[in-house]
Ligand binder design. Structure first.
Ligand code: DX5
Ligand code: ZN
Length: 219
């Protein structure tokens, strides 16, 4: 077993996006991470459902869509219709996290709840039986290329413990600052999927980076 890898297109070359996503697909990535930012929940603006629809035409990998958007329930159906296989909503971005997750499930996509570094794992316990994946942000969301926050490792451990005790089978994903060292630490704490943006795409060989993340977590 080794960690699943979800390259984030935030660090890909947008003028050569098809080349960059096909490259990671061939290299054994497990899903493709699409960061949707609205300029409100986070300062940056990235891309919308049109990008998901375009990616869907050339990808067979599952599209893992992370909504960093205020009141994400407004957009769930549109992203599902565009081809999102999994949709993640931030706990902090809605007053109705349960309803937002219900909407995702009703749309036919897999459901994910996301928590920021400053949000306690205990707050999402009431919805853990509804989700296919939990994303523990390991940086504050909004930008690629930030440094992994070590304090989030305890949260991964805590979530993994709840998962074990309750017999849940959701994936535990990390996002932000993943490299070969931090991914290994997160894997040992109980993470099962690593999002990696700059580590995979910023240097010369994305395929070697994916292989490296798998290698350091193989047991
Ligand atoms: C941060 C995004 C991440 C980002 C990760 O707001 O959610 O998915 O692309 O980038 P790296 O891996 O460069 O920290
Ligand atoms: Zn993300």
């Amino acid at each position: 077993m080794s960690i699943k890898v979800a390259p984030s297109i935030l660090s890909a070359d947008y003028l050569n996006l098809q080349r960059d996503v096909e490259l990671v697909e061939k290299a054994g990535a497990d899903m493709l991470h699409v960061d949707v930012m609205d300029g409100m929940f986070v300062p940056s603006i990235s891309y919308g459902p049109g990008w998901v629809k375009a990616l869907k035409q050339v990808m067979t990998l599952p599209l893992d869509v992370h909504l960093m958007v205020e009141q994400p329930e407004r957009y769930v159906e549109e992203f599902a219709a565009a081809g999102a296989d999994l949709i993640g909503v931030q706990y902090e971005a809605t007053q109705h996290i349960h309803r937002a997750l219900q909407l995702i499930k009703n749309s036919g996509a897999k459901a994910e709840v996301v928590i920021n570094p400053g949000t306690a794992v205990e707050l999402i316990e009431p919805v853990l039986d509804m989700v296919d994946q939990v994303l523990i942000m390991t940086v504050n969301p909004g930008f690629g290329g930030q440094k992994f926050l070590p304090a989030t490792l305890k949260k991964i451990e805590k979530l993994a413990q709840i998962k074990r005790e309750q017999g849940y089978d959701f994936e535990i994903q990390i996002d932000g600052g993943a490299n070969d060292v931090t991914t290994k630490q997160a894997y040992d704490a109980g993470a099962t999927v690593a999002v990696a943006g700059s580590y995979v795409y910023d240097k010369v060989d994305p395929a070697a980076k994916i292989a490296r993340l798998k290698e350091v977590t193989s047991d």
